[in-house]
Write a protein that binds this ligand. Structure first.
Ligand code: C2E
Ligand code: MG
Ligand code: MG
Ligand code: MG
Length: 290
């Protein structure tokens, strides 16, 4: 991710005359200003249950509505926010905003959850768990309806303090997912140390399942392992119906992807939800009985 942002992220915006360090300071100031000016917006991508066709919840994905550059994707600024520590206050704002939005979305369906991406710096922040607890209480949310996503890379670098924070979150009732599963260094040792709620199969594996036997076998292997360890499975980046069918046959019925819905602003999401009320089973896949 850092590599990617270096290519078309950070470098993309960097004016010719600025040195790398100058640019970072500049972006840091811009991010600070953006927090003050409320230029951030949370988009939501639905998580679909392909066995029923229903939406189960949403993943929160941040966007930056930059006054000049327009909508900036997270890969272009999250790495800098992480390096400068700005991700900590930003992350706090995100959790608050998500909880506020979820309390409204749950008027449609109290079962809805929202998954939030958590950066390693947030886990290291002293007040983190207490803060989360206070926000949940403020919005009267059931902790089980809030999910946190931690990447393999974060886990790889986690120390005992971070691990303790994960346990505290778990005890609070928050569901913890390993994000981008399979792309980082092996998280097997963490699967061994800690009972996660589920794993999110990275889009890079899903991409190949329609025509690569190799990808099919990797996905089969991950699903079998997930099953054996009693982990929920979620397929990311579904762009074709066949990909969802393949996953469903393996018992992975939770999916996200452009095939179903792109991340949307809250008003757009509300329209999307309203349109589905007319045809709630729109996305259901019926497998031929064996
Ligand atoms: P992620 O958590 O793995 O999120 C999934 C990414 O895949 C999102 O990109 C989403 O828009 C994209 N995606 C979903 N379905 C499809 C599909 O069918 N095809 C393709 N090509 N892409 C799909 P996005 O929103 O640009 O976010 C990128 C990454 O930025 C996220 O990866 C996450 O690591 C990070 N991020 C986003 N929001 C936050 C946040 O609030 N906090 C933190 N710490 N990181 C965030
Ligand atoms: Mg994620
Ligand atoms: Mg992911
Ligand atoms: Mg990702």
């Amino acid at each position: 991710k850092v590599k990617e942002s270096g290519k078309h992220g950070v470098a993309f915006f960097k004016p010719e005359y600025m040195l790398e360090l100058e640019y970072r300071v500049h972006l840091e100031q811009e991010l600070n200003q953006a927090i003050i000016n409320s230029e951030f917006e949370i988009y939501y991508q639905p998580v679909i249950d392909t066995s029923t066709g229903k939406e189960l919840g949403f993943e929160a994905l941040i966007r930056w509505n930059h006054p000049v550059r327009g909508l900036v994707p997270p890969d272009d600024f999250i790495p800098v926010a992480e390096q400068t520590g700005l991700i900590v206050p930003m992350g706090q704002w995100i959790i608050k905003q998500v909880c506020s939005d979820l309390s409204l979305l749950q008027l449609n369906n109290p079962e809805y959850f929202i998954a939030i991406n958590i950066a390693p710096q947030q886990l290291a922040d002293h007040g983190f768990v207490q803060n989360v607890r206070a926000i949940l209480a403020h919005y009267a949310l059931v902790p089980a309806q809030i999910h946190f996503e931690i990447t393999e890379t974060t886990l790889m670098n986690a120390d005992n303090g971070n691990l303790r924070v994960l346990r505290e979150l778990n005890n609070l009732g928050i569901k913890l997912w390993i994000d981008d599963f399979g792309t980082g260094y092996s998280s097997f040792s963490y699967l061994h140390k800690f009972q996660f709620y589920g794993i999110k199969l990275d889009r890079s594996f899903i991409e190949g399942v329609v025509d690569s036997e190799r990808s099919q076998n990797i996905v089969k292997g991950i699903c079998a392992m997930g099953d054996a360890l009693k982990l929920e499975l979620l397929g990311e980046g579904i762009e074709q119906r066949e990909q969802a069918e393949f996953l469903l046959k393996l018992g992975c019925y939770k999916v996200q992807g452009y095939w179903y819905a792109k991340p949307m602003s809250l008003p757009t999401l509300n329209m999307w939800l309203a349109s589905r009320k007319e045809n709630p089973k729109m996305e259901m896949i019926e497998l031929p009985s064996a």
